[in-house]
Every structure is written in structure tokens, then in C-alpha cells.
Design a protein around this ligand. Structure first.
Ligand code: NBP
Length: 496
């Protein structure tokens, strides 16, 4: 057999599926896995009779590849990635390319890129989204690395990626070194937010007395036609909620344990946001809610101690509530995406990623877990104004928010009255209130407290109706401090 066009290391669900996808587009793929039996099972199973070169030694695997070699790692992030890179480097030539397609931490990708660049080896860290089915049939791909490295795999990636409704491939060059993995991590953070918001909606609808089937049919309506909520996550929520118990009466979802596990990308998103000083409260609320879900014993214990609202029968009709919930969910989602894109914007500046936000929204339209109608609107918003200070500033979204924000407030009120915690919805709502707030009184108070106990100084605004910060004629912000312990409490201007 001829040499392979690309090599895949990692014969678990993602590596296997991607390898099959690549082969199905007319390429020959060499495959390798640390544990031999997985390669053998693959070779004798789904790969049988197809253009694969199964390899059981790394040296043979490398020798089986066309030059410049392209090797994709689909293994567990962390030490396994470094371990394979270390073993591969002595076997490779300058100009060969290693691609890490796993969910790696972007700072590891930046380090690996720089270490391999010194050795003359190209490195791409790429997000691959869509799970097993996406990997097999067409994922969204978010590659970051040297532009010339991307050229080596551009065609393969374009061929295997999902295609949006307009036929455009869901892949684009994202930026240098860790850009692709940063974008994938943020994608997952946004996904956490979406899932949390949908879950809160289902919970409130359940409080109206709707059963799983009725909620599923509501979600089906929300996923129909040109509905603004139409998305993969709404679709699978509807489909999964209809699933009946395998034994006995009722719906399976009602006996699924209320514990959401996680692998870490949501937490990385929140950690990055902390580091970059970008508030992403909805995504953080989703991570915190997963954490709370995991402490089942504590919740069972505390439920016996604390009295929370019982969840009396709701006053609102089902129809009215469905309308409120629909628009509340859409606004909460806009707010959550505004937070996620603000994080991308800040990371782009800090790490020099030069991210094209509209392009990113575009490649998320297909293949990935957050694929949705709504992403088209985000792309258009950034096409109209690439310098948007925040997604919520786009008239595409601000108009709807201004008209319907009361519905999100109402939804939160209904939820709280009936004892449903809505950390995600409330965070989305408060994010909008905060970002549109010319004077944050809580911040005034805290600034003053800091000056009182720690002489940290404070800035000033013009006064009532003049929320702008006071500056000197050169445009420098003026800073003040009160000598709190001195008679008369004199105010002094601080020069630093
Ligand atoms: P896993 O994340 O479960 O990783 C399994 C692979 O890692 C196997 O090939 C395994 O080899 C290898 N591996 C491990 Br574990 N420890 C190793 C070590 N110390 N040295 C060498 N190899 C080691 O597989 P996956 O679910 O297919 O995911 C692959 C990557 O794609 C991950 O980074 C994941 O986060 C990411 N991802 C997954 C999904 C998904 O839906 N599953 C979606 C998107 C991205 P072995 O067979 O010898 O143990």
C-alpha cells in the first residue's frame, strides 16, 4: 500500500471516528494506539478493507507516512500528549507536523508550539467539537498554530469538517499557537451555559405541572422553523426527554440522578476569565451548579434543615409561561454568548491571537454542540461592526433585549417563587443590568470601604447625572484619599 496521507494516534472513540471520517474522504490513514489491542480491534473491525495502515510500533507508524508527515494526536490531554511528542520528535524531520486534536489547556499548547518550533517541527493545537458523531460525520474544527502548518492540513480539515446550511465548511484558521484550544475551551464554557439555561427552563416548566412529554413537545416547537432558539441542544433535550423508562411507567429523565459531572473545560474557561478580568457569570453559574449537583449527600441533608419556597401552583397559564420562558431563554442566551465573546476578545488582545469573532461564530454553525440558528446573527453582528464593544451592543440583539428583558425578570421571579434555583438565568439578567449601568452603587460603596480600612484611594465621578470619571486637564484620572482618623477627615489628592 502507498504511504499514508496522515497518521492518527489514539484509538478511542474520537480518534477512531476521525480516522474513519478522514479515510471516507479518499485519504489513506495510518493508525496507532498505546495499547495494541485497540488498534487491532479497529483494523479487524470498522477499518477492515479500507485504506488504513494499522501500526503497532511508533517507528513503523512514522515510516508509513508521506513527507512532510502529518500526525494527529487524539489522546487524553496532559501527560499523554507530552509523552507522545517526546517519543515522536526523534523520529521526525524538520517541517513535519504534529496536531493535538484533544481538549488541551491552551497554555500547554503555547508551550508545546514554542518547544517544537525550536526543533523545526510544526505544531497545531486544534479544537474538535461534535463528540463521536461529529468526529465521524463532520465536526467543527478550530485549529491554532503556524499559518504554514495549517496550509499542510487545510484541505483534509476542510474535507472532513461539518458544513453549515450554506455549505461553508465549519473550519477556519483561528490564530497562532494556543488560539485554537482557547477558542475550543470557550466554546465548551458557552456550551455549559446553554445546557444550564435549558435545564433551568425545563425545571420551571415542570413546576407548571407539565410532564416530560409536554416539555419535550414545547422544546420541539422551539426547535421548529426559523425559531430563534433552534439549536442542537434544544433538539436533543426534546428528543431525550421523551424517552420512556426501560421498565415500568413514566419517563427516564425523571429517574436520572441529578448529578452533572465535568471534565474541566468549563472550569478552565472560568479560570481564564478570572485571569483576564472578564466577567462571565452565566458560565461560572453553570460550573458552580454542576459542582452543587455533585454534592448530593449534602443537599439531601440540607433539604431537611432549610425551608425553601414549596413551589405552590403557579398563577400563570401554561401558554403565558411558555411565551415568557421562550423569550427569557433567548435573552439569557444572548447574555451568555456576549460574555463568552467578551472573553475571546480579551484573550485575543492579551495573547496576540488576533481572533476574528465573526468567523468563529460562523464555524460554530455546524458540527459542534452549540450549533444554532442564532450563531448566524452573531456572525452578521460582527460583520456589520467588527469593533463591537460587546455583543449586546449590536442592534440585532439590543432591540430584542430592550423590548423583552422584563420577561427574563418575570421568569426569574416565577422560578424563585416556586423554589427553583436559576443561577444561570439570574446571572444572565444581572450581567445585562451591570453592563448597562452608568453608576454601580455597590462599587462606589466598596471603593469607599477600601479607602477607609486600607487607604487604597478612590476615583471620583462628576456627580448626579455626570457619571464620567474625573480627570485632570492632561486626561489622567484623579485619585483621592480621606484621612479617616484625622479630625475633620480631610480629603487629599493622591499623586502616584
Ligand atoms: P480519551 O480522552 O478517553 O483518551 C483515550 C486515549 O488516550 C487512548 O488512546 C489512550 O490509550 C490514550 N492514553 C491515555 Br488515557 N493515557 C495515556 C498515556 N499515559 N500515554 C499514552 N496514551 C494514553 O479518548 P477520547 O474520548 O477519544 O478523546 C480524545 C481527546 O479528544 C481527549 O483529549 C478528549 O478530551 C477530546 N475530546 C473528546 C470528546 C468526546 O466526546 N469524547 C469530544 C471532543 C474532544 P490506551 O488505549 O492505551 O489507554
Amino acid at each position: 500500500m502507498d504511504k499514508a496521507d496522515i497518521g492518527m494516534i489514539g484509538m478511542e472513540v474520537m480518534g477512531r471516528s476521525l480516522a474513519l471520517n478522514i479515510e471516507s474522504r479518499g485519504y489513506t490513514v495510518a493508525v496507532f494506539n498505546r495499547t495494541e489491542s485497540k488498534t487491532r480491534n479497529f483494523a479487524e473491525g470498522p477499518a477492515k478493507g479500507k485504506n488504513f495502515i494499522p501500526c503497532y510500533e511508533l517507528q513503523n507508524f512514522v515510516k508509513s507516512l508521506k513527507s512532510p508527515r502529518k500526525i494527529m494526536l487524539m489522546v487524553k490531554e496532559g501527560a499523554p500528549v507530552d509523552g507522545f511528542i517526546e517519543k515522536l520528535v526523534p523520529l521526525l524531520d524538520r517541517g513535519d507536523l504534529i496536531i493535538d486534536g484533544g481538549n488541551s489547556f491552551f497554555k500547554d499548547t503555547i508551550r508545546r508550539n514554542s518547544e517544537l518550533t525550536e526543533k523545526g517541527i510544526f505544531f497545531i493545537g486544534t479544537g474538535v467539537s461534535g463528540g463521536e458523531e461529529g468526529a465521524l460525520k463532520g465536526p467543527a474544527i478550530m485549529p491554532g498554530g503556524q499559518p504554514e502548518a495549517y496550509k499542510l492540513v487545510e484541505k483534509i480539515f476542510s474535507d472532513i469538517s461539518a458544513k453549515a446550511q450554506d455549505g461553508e465548511p465549519c473550519v477556519t484558521y483561528i490564530g497562532p499557537n494556543g488560539a485554537g484550544h482557547f477558542v475550543k475551551t470557550t466554546h465548551n464554557g458557552i456550551e455549559y451555559g446553554d445546557m444550564q439555561l435549558i435545564g433551568e427552563c425545563v425545571w420551571v416548566l415542570k413546576k407548571t405541572g407539565m410532564n416530560a412529554e409536554e416539555i419535550a413537545s414545547t422544546m420541539e416547537q422551539w426547535n421548529g422553523g426559523n425559531d430563534i432558539l433552534r439549536s442542537y441542544l434544544i433538539e436533543i433535550t426534546a428528543d431525550s426527554m421523551k424517552e420512556k423508562k426501560k421498565e415500568g411507567e413514566g419517563y427516564l429523565v425523571d429517574v436520572v440522578a441529578d448529578i452533572t459531572r465535568m471534565k474541566g473545560t468549563g472550569t478552565w474557561t472560568v479560570q481564564s476569565a478570572m485571569e483576564l478580568l472578564v466577567p462571565i457569570p452565566t458560565i461560572a453559574a453553570a460550573v458552580f451548579s454542576r459542582e452543587m449537583s455533585q454534592d448530593k449527600d449534602l443537599r439531601l441533608q440540607m433539604a431537611k434543615i432549610l425551608k425553601t419556597p414549596e413551589g405552590k401552583k403557579l398563577r400563570e397559564s401554561k401558554k403565558k409561561l411558555m411565551d415568557i420562558a421562550h423569550d427569557a431563554l433567548y435573552i439569557a442566551k444572548i447574555s451568555s454568548y456576549a460574555q463568552g465573546f467578551a472573553l475571546l476578545q480579551a484573550a485575543s488582545k492579551k495573547y496576540g491571537f488576533d481572533l476574528k469573532l465573526g468567523q468563529i461564530a460562523k464555524i460554530w454553525r455546524g458540527g459542534c454542540i452549540i450549533r444554532a440558528q442564532f450563531l448566524d446573527e452573531i456572525t452578521k453582528a460582527y460583520e456589520e461592526n467588527p469593533e463591537l464593544p460587546n455583543l449586546l451592543a449590536s442592534p440585532k440583539f439590543s432591540g430584542f433585549v430592550n423590548e423583552n428583558l422584563w420577561k427574563l425578570a418575570k421568569f426569574i421571579d416565577i422560578a424563585h417563587r416556586s423554589g427553583v434555583p436559576v443561577l444561570g438565568m439570574a446571572s444572565s439578567y444581572d450581567y445585562i443590568l451591570q453592563i448597562a449601568c452608568p453608576v454601580m452603587v455597590s462599587a462606589q460603596v466598596a471603593a469607599f470601604q477600601r479607602d477607609y480600612f486600607g487607604a487604597h484611594g478612590y476615583f471620583k465621578i462628576g456627580g448626579e447625572g455626570q457619571p464620567e470619571i474625573v480627570k485632570d486637564p492632561e486626561g489622567k484620572i484623579r485619585e483621592f484619599h480621606i484621612e479617616w482618623m484625622v479630625d475633620g477627615r480631610p480629603e487629599k489628592e493622591i499623586t502616584r
